[in-house]
Write a protein that binds this ligand. Structure first.
Ligand SMILES: C[S@@+](CC[C@H](N)C(=O)[O-])C[C@H]1O[C@@H](n2cnc3c(N)ncnc32)[C@H](O)[C@@H]1O
Length: 309
């Protein structure tokens, strides 16, 4: 089961016109989308994206157009969103939601190879139909490349040691499974030492982000979609770790005007077009109740802006 994170907070930030056009860039199990669709009125339109075909097929069973409301599902990377909207004849939209990262379905299904708790071939691709698997990456990238990936996308201090251990292990035999890889990382880090999180957590995150080119995708959808928002339209993003959150925060900050005093007196507003305003300056986090009920919500941060002056 994938429980939608901060559902009410997302919907409240997102929907301004119930007859408008809304895009969910990360359908997953359709938790947020189902609620968006419910809140839409006649004339309302929901476009849902996921690069995972399983997610599209799952949501297809749940959401059907009716009562004057329309739903369209698109199997594609959200980085290609504007091209897909062009194809659908849509210019501007009222709201865009991104609930970043992987779904519980992807994590829990051993054969998807995302988890260091279940043994399976190391895949980690969100789109199973394209791209290099994390197993191919681990077995072919140079030691330097691996260290860079693990440091940059995992913020893992022991990245060099882990990369060395991976290369030494694969010289003996190809690294085939998630548990094998988790064991190599754990030994390189000197065991668990009573830590709450598994020593391979950051390495697995880094490999997943690398094979799915996650940060570039987030950057691209934000850069291209901010110009496709209607005046007063909202972009709402749920992030789950510091790399995602920093990127989203910095992107929005560039569009929120700040005032600079001029030498000759007066002020000037500095911002990238189009201007936007924070819906809440500080990111929202899940309530204590939600954090207890759904551990995945503990690391969530909701950032949202309204586009326009
Ligand atoms: C956290 S889940 C979304 C859960 C959903 N909000 C719900 O409540 O059921 C993230 C989903 O986004 C998808 N995803 C991640 N990156 C993507 C991308 N670049 N393009 C399209 N879908 C992506 C994943 O495949 C996954 O299904």
């Amino acid at each position: 089961m994938h429980i939608p994170v901060m559902l009410n907070e997302c919907l409240e930030a997102l929907i301004t016109d119930p007859s408008g056009i809304y895009v969910d860039g990360t359908l997953g199990n359709g938790g947020h989308s189902a609620e968006i669709f419910l809140q839409l009125k006649a004339g309302g339109r929901l476009i849902g994206f996921d690069r995972d075909l399983d997610a599209i097929e799952r949501v297809q069973q749940k959401l059907k157009s009716g009562e004057g409301k329309h739903v369209e599902l698109v199997h594609d990377n959200y980085a290609n969103m504007t091209g897909q909207l062009d194809r659908l004849g849509i210019d501007k939209v009222d709201g865009l939601l991104l609930d970043l990262g992987v779904s519980s379905f992807q994590l829990d299904l051993a054969e998807r190879g995302f988890s260091f708790q279940q043994d399976a071939p190391i895949d980690m691709r969100m789109d199973q139909q394209s791209g290099q698997t994390a197993g191919e990456l681990v077995n072919t990238a140079s030691e330097q490349e691996l260290a860079d990936i693990i440091y940059r996308f995992g913020e893992e201090k022991a990245s060099r040691r882990i990369a060395r251990a991976i290369v030494e292990a694969r010289e003996k035999a190809r690294i085939e499974t998630t548990l094998q890889l988790a064991g190599i990382v754990e030994r390189a880090k000197g065991g668990r030492k009573g830590k709450k999180t598994h020593p391979a957590t950051k390495t697995f995150q880094a490999l997943r982000m690398a094979v799915n080119d996650e940060l570039a995708g987030i950057e691209q959808v934000l850069e291209t979609m901010i110009g496709r928002m209607k005046e007063g339209g909202r972009i709402v993003v749920l992030t789950f770790h510091s790399l995602e959150d920093r990127l989203v925060k910095q992107f929005f900050s560039r569009h929120v005007p700040r005032e600079e005093s001029l030498q000759q007196g007066g002020v000037r507003r500095i911002f990238e077009e189009p201007p936007a305003k924070w819906i809440s300056k500080k990111p929202l986090i899940a309530t204590d109740e939600e954090q207890t009920a759904n551990p995945r919500s503990r690391s969530a941060k909701l950032r949202a802006v309204e586009v326009g002056v």
